[in-house]
Design a protein around this ligand. Structure first.
Ligand SMILES: [Zn+2]
Ligand SMILES: [Zn+2]
Length: 895
């Protein structure tokens, strides 16, 4: 790599080429059996859905993971970032069903086997696109270990986990109220139901007492469910109704007699205090039904139409048509007491948005409390750490209130439940088996397998070990479990993060990771989450194409802090990503300058080699940049370790952009060009500090840093920065004296530049500067760097002492040193005086008219107070500006 760098940085010309070079060399694939004692470091990638296409949320999530894994890889850890894809039962099945619908078919037309084959074909053809897209943003995952949750090995793990839990009594089949999606035709877990506030109604219905002595009023937001009512309940201590307990209601429309029961679960302050009880369609009613041995009447079909259990005229009606009809009939019968508006939370399917129907059904469940207990204990004993910390409270609250997990899904795409039923009346055995059964182990007769598949999350909660070969005891499992860091968006804390902890503790006995970093989400400038349906997304690949992967990554990392969201403007990519591109360009240009000046042997800065640069050869600027470099190493390393990636980005950016490019490179130019002695020292210092800067930045901007780092003269052809050692802070390089003294040099240059700008000194015009006093640390430092100050501030003379001149600009450095820049000969004082004079006049006129405006009582009393306040502020600003200019005129001696 010795050809010169092209002047204009072009990410497209290096990124994919470097990525290929990295993977060909196997840099991202750690060996679990390699000799040596490198400590492993493992991150499990949240497996994207197999049909997913990369969006900015993935971009952020995977950039963070890649930064962390690259950081630890450079620190010498055996770093494994394990990627995979999720079969995403419900989502993938929905996609293929939509395709079938376009052909005029349903999955039932095809039948189970043909449909599953169709989904496989679809997944083989279009799946895993996202993994290729992750490579484009630089993700250094170990692709050789990529898994799919329906792979043979992972499927075996799922079956093993189900059977172990079954044998331990932690998996059971039961008839309970579950969340049912009438569109997807499957049960959902509580976590898969999204609660949304909707404007509905509360209908107050009169239920006549069977003995004709009056009525009770019940309130409901789902009146159609009254067709399945089997009781009315009141609180046992409710004086209003005590005398009615045990009596009966004549249920209208259905004309069924149902009892009035007393149950402590009834809230006497809700509505009238009497509630209708529909055990087949409400979880609370289901419990009341159990306690009082009530009938359960399921009045709905899977599609949420009214079933044959209801009176004939309702049968087949959609649930909302049935609702209207029930209300109309109550009204016609004079039994509708009143209707009120009612805003309440309604559950929706997280995959299709359909309103969930609570429904009584036979399903498989995991008993969660015994699994949650060790997961809580692990957190309380400090074996788990959340970043940000407050997320730990959410974890605890969920685990403490945990309910059993409904894991059966009425889908065809997924891991089929490994349970076989024997229908022989004299046998009826239910068998759970690690291998498929074709005959009943009890009677040898025919068996049928459970029709349902397992919740997708039942496979994803196992991936920290199933992806490493469990239930086999593989070398990978021994080396890489437990892992270390999990990086996730907060919305899957319960779905996935907490469940993996439970599974890890239960099946392996150790938490799968210790640090859980829950980052923010990507939002647009109106703070809306980016989504396909809102059309406010940004395609990360478009950003890569236009600005480069490094710019994308830098913008994401620098735009976030722990626990906050990333705001990007989908209508203005430039505003969101230009900073990253500009930084790339600045770095490229600095790199071109330094590398082009490194010809010939570079003397080492330290170590045992001969020709080492001795301390007394270093100039103040050399000592300063070495100290700044060292401070940046310490700051960035700590920030990476504490997941404060934006702080790391800021520290490195400042070091490269300001310290190195704007100051040090400018300072060393004459030495490198040979105008001054010490070129070899300057080369040594520039090479060393630039090398460190590239290594510090590599985790965030992997491509450009690799491209530049490989160009250092003498670098072996196969060396990669991605496995270069992480720079260590050097305690000997702490040099607070150099930081302070060169800091004064910078202050002086900045002060002179400000004065030049304020007084309109032409860019090419040199000026003189007088620094008060000719002794002390400041003068010594400024004298050491006199050529630097003179060149960077464009001075003809830098002198120390008192000035007898009067006309010019003044400044004071932070240590109190006074600076005077005589301007008499540098500018046309007369012209500057008249320029300032007319500016003073203009401001005076503005002030005068503004004072008049604010003196007008009508304006002040009628205009809104914030408008008046704004006008007052304008006046103050103009007055202040005028004062400043008047003062300047005095300093210039204007008449
Ligand atoms: Zn659905
Ligand atoms: Zn049998």
């Amino acid at each position: 790599m010795t050809e010169p760098l092209v002047p204009q940085y072009n990410p497209a010309s290096i990124e994919s080429q470097l990525y290929q070079w990295w993977t060909e060399r196997g840099l991202f694939s750690p060996d679990s059996q390699a000799p040596g004692s490198d400590k492993p470091y493992v991150i499990m990638m949240p497996p994207p859905n197999v049909t997913a296409v990369l969006h900015m949320g993935h971009g952020l999530n995977n950039t963070i993971q890649d930064v962390l894994i690259r950081f630890e890889r450079m620190r010498g850890r055996r770093a494994l970032w394990l990627p995979g894809t999720d079969h995403a039962g419900i989502a993938t099945q929905n996609v293929v069903e939509r395709l079938l619908a376009q052909e005029g078919h349903t999955r039932f037309d095809l039948g189970r086997d043909a449909f599953v084959e169709r989904v496989w074909a679809f997944v083989r053809e279009t799946g895993s696109v996202i993994l290729e897209q992750l490579k484009a943003i630089g993700s250094s995952a170990d692709w050789a270990r990529t898994y799919f949750t329906l792979d043979e090995g992972l499927s075996r793990a799922v079956r093993e986990a189900f059977i172990r839990l079954y044998e331990e009594g932690l998996v059971y089949r039961g008839n309970y109220i579950i969340n049912w999606c009438p569109r997807c035709l499957t049960a959902l877990s509580n976590e898969e139901v999204e609660k949304e506030e909707v404007d509905g109604h509360l209908w107050h219905l009169k239920y006549p007492l069977a003995d004709g002595s009056g009525h009770l009023t019940v309130a409901t937001s789902r009146p159609e469910t009254m067709l399945g009512d089997t009781a009315v309940a009141v609180h046992p201590d409710d004086e209003r109704y005590r005398h009615l307990i045990g009596q009966e209601i004549q249920l209208p429309l259905v004309e069924r007699r149902i009892p009035i029961v007393a149950d402590p679960a009834v809230d006497p302050s809700f509505g009238s205090g009497a509630v209708k009880v529909t055990p087949a369609h409400d979880p609370a009613d289901f419990e009341i039904g159990r306690r009082h041995a009530l009938l359960s009447v399921d009045i709905m079909t899977p599609e949420a139409r009214i079933s044959l259990a209801a009176p004939e005229r309702f049968q087949g009606l959609d649930r909302y048509d049935a609702r209207r009809r029930v209300v109309a009939e109550f009204e016609a019968a004079g039994l509708l007491e009143r209707t009120e508006d009612h805003r309440h939370a309604v559950g929706h399917c997280y995959r299709c948005g359909t309103v969930i129907e609570p429904r009584l059904s036979d399903q498989w469940f995991v008993r969660m409390e015994p699994l949650a207990r060790p997961a809580l204990q692990a957190y309380r004993e400090g074996r788990l750490r959340f970043v940000p910390e407050r997320r730990g409270d959410d974890y605890v609250a969920w685990l403490e209130g945990i309910r059993d997990w409904c894991i059966s899904r009425q889908l065809w795409w997924g891991h089929r439940i490994p349970v076989w039923y024997c229908d022989a009346p004299e046998c009826g055995l239910t068998s759970v088996s690690r291998s498929d059964l074709d005959a009943c182990p009890g009677c040898g007769g025919p068996v049928r397998q459970d029709e349902d598949v397992l919740d997708t999350w039942f496979s994803s909660w196992l991936v920290p070990f199933s992806s490493l070969g469990w239930p086999n005891r593989t070398p990978d499992l021994a080396t890489f479990y437990p892992g270390h860091t999990l990086v996730s968006a907060p919305d899957i804390l319960f779905f996935w993060v907490a469940r993996m902890i439970m599974a890890g503790l239960h099946f392996i006995g150790e938490v799968p990771y210790t640090d859980i970093y829950l980052h923010g989400v990507v939002r647009d400038t109106q703070h809306r989450r980016m989504s396909k349906s809102l059309g406010n997304g940004i395609d990360p690949l478009e950003v890569v194409e236009r600005y480069g992967a490094d710019a994308l990554r830098y913008s994401l990392v620098s735009g976030m802090s722990v626990g906050t969201d990333v705001i990007l403007d989908p209508n203005d990519l430039e505003s969101s990503f230009a900073a990253g591109r500009n930084f790339s360009n600045k770095l490229w240009n600095a790199g071109r300058f330094i590398l082009s000046n490194l010809a010939g042997p570079t003397r080492p800065l330290g170590g045992p080699n001969s020709g080492v640069v001795r301390r007394k050869e270093l100039t103040l600027a050399d000592r300063w940049i070495i100290a700044r470099c060292n401070a940046t190493v310490a700051e960035a390393t700590e920030a990476y370790q504490r997941f404060r990636l934006n702080d790391a980005a800021t520290a490195i950016y400042h070091f490269i952009w300001s310290d190195l490019a704007d100051w040090y490179i400018e300072q060393v130019k004459p030495r490198l060009y040979g105008d001054m002695p010490g070129g070899d020292v300057a080369r040594a210092v520039a090479a060393q500090t630039f090398d460190v800067a590239l290594r510090l930045l590599h985790p965030i901007m992997p491509f450009i840093t690799e491209a530049l780092w490989r160009r250092f003269p003498g670098r072996p052809g196969d060396a990669s920065i991605s496995v270069a050692p992480w720079p260590a802070p050097d305690s000997r390089a702490v040099d607070s004296e150099a930081l302070k003294e060169f800091g004064l040099v910078q202050e002086l240059v900045s002060a002179i530049r400000t004065i030049r700008a304020e007084y309109g000194v032409q860019p090419g015009q040199v000026v003189r500067t007088v620094v008060a006093g000719d002794h002390g640390v400041t003068a010594a430092a400024l004298k050491q760097e006199r050529p630097t100050v003179m060149r960077l501030a464009k001075l003809s003379e830098l002198s120390f002492g008192e000035s007898r001149e009067r006309v010019g600009g003044h400044a004071v450095l932070s240590d109190g040193t006074a600076v005077f820049v005589p301007l008499g000969e540098a500018i046309d004082v007369g012209r500057e005086c008249s320029r300032l004079g007319s500016e003073v006049d203009r401001l005076a006129r503005l002030v005068e008219s503004q004072e008049k405006k604010l003196g007008n009582q009508q304006f002040v009393s009628r205009a809104p107070s914030d408008v008046v306040e704004r006008e007052r502020q304008k006046l103050t600003t103009w007055q202040e500006q005028r004062e400043v200019l008047v003062k300047k005129r005095e300093l210039l001696g204007c008449s």
